[in-house]
Design a protein around this ligand. Structure first.
Ligand SMILES: [Zn+2]
Length: 269
C-alpha cells in the first residue's frame, strides 16, 4: 500500500534550521509540531491532536533521550489540533504549557470565551450543539479539553520561556491570543495557524493536501481582518525559514519574497 506523502516520515523529527526540529506533517490535517533545542534543554512548540500524544513522545525520546524533559511546552494558540496533547504531555514531563494571556480563557475551556472567539464553524455548528447539551453536560465536555492547572501565560517583558534568543510575536486573528515564535538571529519563524504552508482555504487544496502559502482556515478563524494584519506583520520579519502548523515548512532563498508577495495579495482582498 502506498502512503500519502509525509505520513511515513512523521515518527522522526528533522532539523530544518540549527536546533529547530520539525515533526510532521502527518494525517488528514497535515499537522506539524516543532522541537527547539536551547543549550542543554529544549521546548515543544504546539502539541497536535489528543491522539498524537505517543507519536510526539516517541519523537522527543529519539531526539533528546528517553528520560529527557523539556523546559516548557509553548502554544501558538489553543485549538484542539495544536493543544490536544498538551495537558497529557505536561503531566508526563512535569512542565507547564505557556501561551499569550489572551489565549488563557480558551485554554481553560471557558464557554463564554469560546463564544467570544468563535469562528464560523463554532458559530454555526459547535456552539449550537453545545447549547443543546445543557450546562452540566457542556461543562463536563469542556473540562475534558481544559488545560487546567498546567496552563501559564507569558510574563510581560520576560521573553519566551525556555528559549533565550527567541521572541513571541502577537499574531491575533485566527484566535484572539495567537502568537508566532521568531528567532531574529537567523530569522526562523514558527507561525502556527497565522500562516500555513498548505492550501487550507480551498476544498481541493485541503483534500489533495496541496502545498502553498495560506492564511488561517476561514471556518475556524475569529477575525479575518486581524488575521490579514498579522500576515503583514509576519511578512515584515522577512523570514528565512517559515514553519507553520500545517504543511511542509518553507526554507531557502525566496522564502521572504514569497511571503511578502502573498501578504500583498491577501491585503488586497
Ligand atoms: Zn490548526
Amino acid at each position: 500500500m502506498t502512503r500519502p506523502t509525509g505520513q511515513g516520515a512523521a515518527d522522526v523529527a528533522r532539523e530544518i534550521a540549527p536546533d529547530v526540529f520539525c515533526l510532521g506533517p502527518w494525517g488528514r490535517t497535515q499537522t506539524v509540531v516543532y522541537f527547539v533545542r536551547s543549550g542543554s534543554s529544549w521546548v515543544l512548540i504546539d502539541a497536535g491532536w489528543a491522539s498524537d500524544l505517543s507519536q510526539i513522545e516517541r519523537a522527543a525520546g529519539a531526539l533528546f533521550g528517553a528520560d529527557s524533559r523539556p523546559a516548557a511546552i509553548l502554544l501558538t494558540h489553543c485549538h484542539p489540533d495544536h493543544a490536544g496533547s498538551a495537558r497529557q504531555l505536561a503531566l508526563a514531563w512535569g512542565c507547564a504549557v505557556y501561551m499569550h494571556p489572551d489565549e488563557l480563557p480558551l485554554a481553560t475551556a471557558d464557554f463564554a470565551a469560546m463564544v467570544a472567539s468563535a469562528g464560523p464553524l463554532d458559530r454555526f455548528l459547535i456552539l449550537p450543539l453545545m447549547r443543546v447539551m445543557g450546562r452540566r453536560r457542556r461543562e463536563a465536555v469542556l473540562a475534558r479539553s481544559s488545560l487546567g492547572d498546567v496552563a501559564r501565560v507569558f510574563e510581560p517583558g520576560a521573553g519566551v520561556p525556555g528559549l533565550p534568543g527567541w521572541e513571541w510575536v502577537p499574531t491575533p486573528g485566527h484566535t484572539p491570543g495567537h502568537v508566532s515564535y521568531f528567532r531574529p538571529g537567523d530569522r526562523v519563524l514558527i507561525t502556527g495557524d497565522a500562516l500555513v504552508t498548505l492550501q487550507v482555504n480551498s476544498w481541493a487544496g485541503l483534500l489533495l493536501q496541496r502545498p502553498g502559502l495560506s492564511g488561517p482556515p476561514w471556518y475556524t478563524t475569529w477575525s479575518p481582518r486581524a488575521a490579514r494584519e498579522s500576515i503583514g506583520r509576519l511578512a515584515r520579519l522577512e523570514p528565512t525559514v517559515l514553519a507553520g502548523g500545517h504543511g511542509r515548512p518553507m526554507t531557502g532563498a525566496g522564502t521572504a519574497e514569497a511571503l511578502s508577495a502573498y501578504a500583498r495579495s491577501s491585503a488586497d482582498q
